[in-house]
Every structure is written in C-alpha cells, then in structure tokens.
Design a protein around this ligand. Structure first.
Ligand code: SF4
Length: 503
C-alpha cells in the first residue's frame, strides 16, 4: 500500500478531499508542550461505565476514602456519535461509547460550566481498566488520547489499572495521582459486589411488581442507604439488612409465567444499561420477560481464573537451569487464592444480609470443562470461552428459555464466538433457543425486531412449562415474597415456585 493510501481517512463531508496527499505524521503519545498539572489534592478523578447503580456506589465508596472522584453519567447515543467523530475508524462499538462519553463530559465542562480546556487538562484525570488485549482492549488508552487531542484536550491524563491484576497492580501505576493500594481495590470490590447483588435482585423482582416503578423506587432507597453507609463508614452488612426491610415492602405477583432470558456476550455490551445495547434489559422487561444479567463479579472471577491458569502453565514449562521452586509464582498463586476468598466471602455475606439466596458465584473450572471441547481455553480475548460455557450451561441445566449474546459491532472475539463457535454448539444442542445479536449503535429497529422474534418462542416455552404443572388448592403468601427463592429443575420463576410447593 502506498504512503498516500495509508493516510487516507473517510471524508467527513462528501467531496472534501483536502486530507489526501497530506504527509503522514507519526503518532505521539506525549503532548507537544509541557503541562504543569494540578497537585493531587486539587485533582479530580473521573471514571464510570459499569451499571448505573455500581457507578454511583463506587463514587460513594471512593469519596469515603477521601478521593476526589466523580462517576460520569452512563454513555448514551450522543456519546457514541462523539466517539465516532473523534475516534479512529474501525474501532469496536464499546470504544466509541466509552471514549465518546469522556469527550462529551469534558466538552460539557468547557461549554456549559465555563471551564477552559487548559484548566480541564490540568485538573482532571480519567481512570480506566487497561490491558494488553489481545483484542482492541489493548488500544483503548491510545484511543482516548487520540480523541481527546483532536477534541482540544491534548495532554489530558489517563491512568489505568490492569483489569486482570485486581488488587495486585504493578509499579506502572501513577501513584502521584492515585494510590492503587489493596485497600483501594477492596473498597472498590465491595461497591461492585453490593451493586451486583442489588442489581440481581432488581432483575428478579421488577417483572413481577404490582405497582409500576415500585422496585426501582426501593432500589433507589437501598442505593441511598448503602452510599450513606460508605460515606459514614458504617457497617455495610447492617445496612444491607435494612435494605431487606425496604425490598420486603414491595408487592409482587410472581405467578406470572414469564420467559427467562439470559443476557450475556461481550462484557461491556452485555452489562451496560443504556444506548450501548439499546437498553436491552429494560426492553426485555417491557416485552414481558425476566432477565438474568451477567454480574461484574463473573468477569472478576474469569480474570482470576485466567491468571491462575497462566501461572500453572508457566510452572509446567521445563526451563533449563530454572530454580526448583519459583517463589514469585508461589506468591502469585497465594495472592490469587486470597483474591478469590475476598470476593467469595464478601459476596456471600452481603447476599445473605440483603436476602439473595441460592445464587452461586460461577464455578470457573466447571465452566471451562463445559466449553473446552468447543473453544480453546487459551484464547483470552473478550470473554474467552465463557460465552460458550454460559450457553451450554443454560441448555444442560435448564436455566433460561432464551440466551441472548450481545456482540458489539467490530468486536473480534465476540464475533468469532457468537457467529462461529456457537453455531457448532447449537447444532449439537438443537433445543437451545439462542440469539447472537449485534449492537452497532444504530439500527435499533432491526435489533428489537430480532429480539422479539426469539422472545416469542421463549414466551411459548415459559407458558407451556407453567401450564404443565398442577396448581395446588391454596397458594401460600410466601410465593410472592422475594425472600422465597426455591431452586429446582424448572427455568421460569412462576414454574419454579409452583414446583417447589409440590416437592
Ligand atoms: S472484547 Fe470486543 S468489544 Fe470488547 S474491547 Fe475487545 S474487541 Fe472491543
């Protein structure tokens, strides 16, 4: 390819060819001029991009540690358009949403709040998860820097922690800005776990609320209580007991046979609650379904599982002259073990306190065994083998009536798995009701129509499953209490409840 072709970009306006024949220039990560950044005590940290509840809890948790931290609003369609305007071509969909969201936020500070670009660059810093990929994830930070430069914020600081290192970050973290200490990460993990638990309960309860909006109102009250507990350094377990009282007051009618839909796929696209996946969860609920979301804890457990597997593989290599006992890998294994215990213990305690029963943290070894015949466990891009495992698990254990895999436009790992490997899985498990669906930022009508088609079959299955059961003469009140969460071979909530009464 010629040098001229190399530097060609799609024109923003048809017919404007001024960009062609320009000399290509080298990308520089470092700003051209020296910038005197604000001292740490005047620096404001920005982040966000998890579920709305988790972003809010993280804000309270980090502020409780004295950090000057703000969670940005959830990315929306305008963020996506901003990301497209300033980003490189051919990025994956989550890049446009998240990069555009930051640019949009800073533009708002400049244009609505009256801060100058220089002031913003000096005072603000953005924290994100980083990593080496192997997908486009490895390019995120460069993408942020490129878009920020082109939007007039050259030199804006981006700091990252490695998503797969958790509380064990290396020395490359800029501790002049932020101390990524174990305490910092444990506080962060507590907020994420509590957010996961409340979100799971919300998804279990909302489809059955008698009064529209009552579950959201109760969850908002729980969020307030937990945020105040973080800020006031009060017991989180006691606070979650208080949340149990709040949730118990919500009236439910759980004997409605609703299709249960597992939403999985690429981490961000499956988890976000907004335009990033066309508000998929809320759309499904409005269409009469109950969602099984993917909690963030699943991604944390996968990262730990991958880290442990790497250590074991390294240990199995025969290296000439190597020490008999490599203490660095012994230490890493011990830290991974501690990481798992920290996550599991906190999850169990918090879930018990608020009343989430029979919810198991995914067993990563079991999921690996389920998927290894279909997809190599060594491929760590995106969610690796996890998407394959979720589908097989759902079919084998009758977890849902429909599995939707959300794959962002331009996502390399998710496309390979959803379009490629899952075709083999569905041919071996023809009873699977599976929909792999792309999110491109545009094309909502097509997206919704395909979801509705798959949902039709799922609704039929849920109805048949329920109607095959014999209703007892009397239905006890506990059926409508969210704390009653029986677990059996039925998939739908209503069918599970009735089945539990006959056992
Ligand atoms: S997994 Fe896909 S969507 Fe996610 S960062 Fe990688 S390429 Fe992008």
């Amino acid at each position: 390819m010629s040098i001229t072709c190399n530097s060609i970009k799609m024109p923003d306006k048809n017919g404007n060819l001024n960009f062609s024949n320009q000399a290509p220039s080298q990308w520089r990560d470092v700003p051209q001029k020296t910038i005197h950044y604000a001292p740490k005590e005047e620096t404001i940290m920005l982040s966000g991009g998890l579920t709305i509840l988790q972003d809010q809890l993280i804000e309270a948790a980090l502020q409780s540690m004295g950090e000057n931290y703000i969670s940005m609003p959830n990315p929306n369609f305008e963020s996506f358009q901003t990301g497209k305007a300033y980003g490189n071509r051919g990025q994956c969909n989550p890049t446009y949403f998240t990069v555009g969201n930051l640019v949009k936020y800073l533009q708002n500070l400049r244009d609505e709040k009256g801060l100058s670009s220089e002031e913003i660059v000096k005072k603000y810093v953005y924290i994100t998860a980083g990593g080496c990929g192997p997908c486009r994830f490895g390019m995120y930070i460069t993408e942020y820097k490129k878009a920020l430069r082109d939007a007039g914020f050259e030199g804006f600081r981006i700091t990252s922690f490695e998503h797969d290192k958790g509380i064990f970050q290396g020395d490359d973290i800029d501790d002049g800005i932020l101390n990524f200490t174990p305490k910092f990460f444990i506080t962060l993990i507590k907020a994420v776990i509590i957010g996961d638990i409340i979100n799971i309960l919300g998804y279990k309860m909302r489809p059955y609320e008698v009064e529209a909006g009552s579950v959201d109102a109760a969850i908002e009250r729980c969020r307030n209580l937990v945020s105040k507990a973080f800020l006031g350094k009060k017991s989180l377990i006691r606070t979650l007991w208080q949340c149990r009282t709040v949730l118990k007051k919500v009236k439910l009618n759980r004997l409605q046979p609703k299709a249960k839909v597992m939403v999985m796929g690429e981490f961000w696209a499956a988890m976000t609650e907004g335009d990033g996946n066309y508000n998929l969860h809320r759309f499904l609920e409005a269409e009469g379904a109950e969602c099984i979301p993917q909690p963030i804890i699943n991604r944390l457990m996968l990262s730990l599982w991958e880290a442990e597997r790497d250590v074991l593989k390294r240990e199995s290599l025969q290296v000439e002259g190597a020490k008999k006992v490599d203490f660095s890998s012994v230490k890493t294994r011990a830290l991974i073990k501690i990481g798992k215990v920290v996550i599991k213990t906190h999850f169990t305690l918090y879930a018990k306190a608020i009343g989430l029963h029979h919810y198991e943290i995914p067993d990563m070894d079991k999921l690996a065994r389920l998927s290894e015949a279909y997809y190599t466990l060594d491929c760590e891009g995106g969610e690796g083998h996890l998407e394959v495992a979720h589908l097989i698990e759902s079919v084998k254990e009758n977890i849902s009536h429909l599995v939707i895999s959300v794959k962002p436009f331009g996502c390399m790992p998710s496309s390979a798995v959803s379009d490629g490997i899952q075709s083999l899985v569905t041919s071996r498990f023809p009873q699977a009701n599976f929909l792999a669906i792309e999110t491109s930022g545009e094309g909502a009508a097509n997206f919704y129509s395909r979801v509705q088609m798959a949902l039709f079959k799922a609704k039929q299955s849920a109805k048949e499953e329920f109607e095959d059961l014999e209703l007892p003469d009397t239905i006890p009140d506990k059926i409508h209490n969210y704390l009653y969460q029986p677990h059996n071979a039925k998939a739908g909530t209503a069918a599970q409840l009735i089945e539990s009464l006959t056992q």
